[in-house]
Design a protein around this ligand. Structure first.
Ligand SMILES: CSCCC(=O)/C(O)=C/O
Ligand SMILES: [Fe+2]
Ligand code: NI
Length: 180
């Protein structure tokens, strides 16, 4: 179930707000300029789908986002527990970073934890299948796929090159709860 837990950036031990209600999550996130919507990830992708299969199945969703915002490129990120790169991939995204564009992700399988550092608060968004999230450009954040990753997400970019990140050098992520 999707969830939002909010902490201050001074105390990782005591949440100040928590909900698993999509409408409440949406309200809190929208107030901070973060888009959060429940879409329909209802296409049968089979086991371990190729990126092409995922793109073809959800071309209608990509087209909608492109028509709305003029996004320029997209790809598919999919990690399973048997991926030999899983530890390196997990470690990379666990470092706080920013992007020069909105971070638009549509989860079509599984789940992952987005952690957004907004002002003096940390917004931990457990994104699951059906969730669309768009984190505003320049927002420091990290992402935890867990020790046994299981997710597929479509990433939509506002540049032709795809994923480009600037790491902040902060170790703040180390203190906050993880996916597992
Ligand atoms: C669900 S997408 C995960 C990785 C990624 O692209 C990113 O930027 C995380 O912050
Ligand atoms: Fe990111
Ligand atoms: Ni909960």
């Amino acid at each position: 179930m999707s969830a939002l837990t909010i902490y201050t950036d001074k105390d990782a031990s005591t949440p100040v707000w928590h909900s698993t209600e999509a409408s409440e999550i949406q309200q809190q996130l929208n107030a901070k300029g973060v888009r959060f919507e429940r879409w329909q990830a209802d296409r049968d992708l089979g086991t371990n789908p190729t990126p092409e299969t995922v793109i073809t199945a959800y071309q209608h969703a990509i087209d909608k986002l492109v028509a709305e915002k003029g996004y320029q490129s997209w790809d598919v990120i999919s990690l399973r527990a048997d991926n030999p790169q899983k530890e390196a991939m997990r470690a990379k995204f666990l470092n706080e970073h920013t992007h020069g564009e909105d971070e638009v992700r549509f989860f079509v399988e599984g789940a992952g934890l987005f952690c957004l550092h907004i002002g003096s608060e940390i917004y931990q968004v457990l994104c699951e299948k059906n969730d669309l999230i768009s984190v505003p450009a320049g927002t420091p954040h990290w992402f935890d796929m867990g020790s046994e990753p299981n997710f597929t997400a479509i990433r939509i970019f506002d540049n032709p090159e795809g994923w480009i990140a600037q790491f902040t050098g902060s170790d703040i992520a180390e203190g906050y709860p993880r996916l597992d």
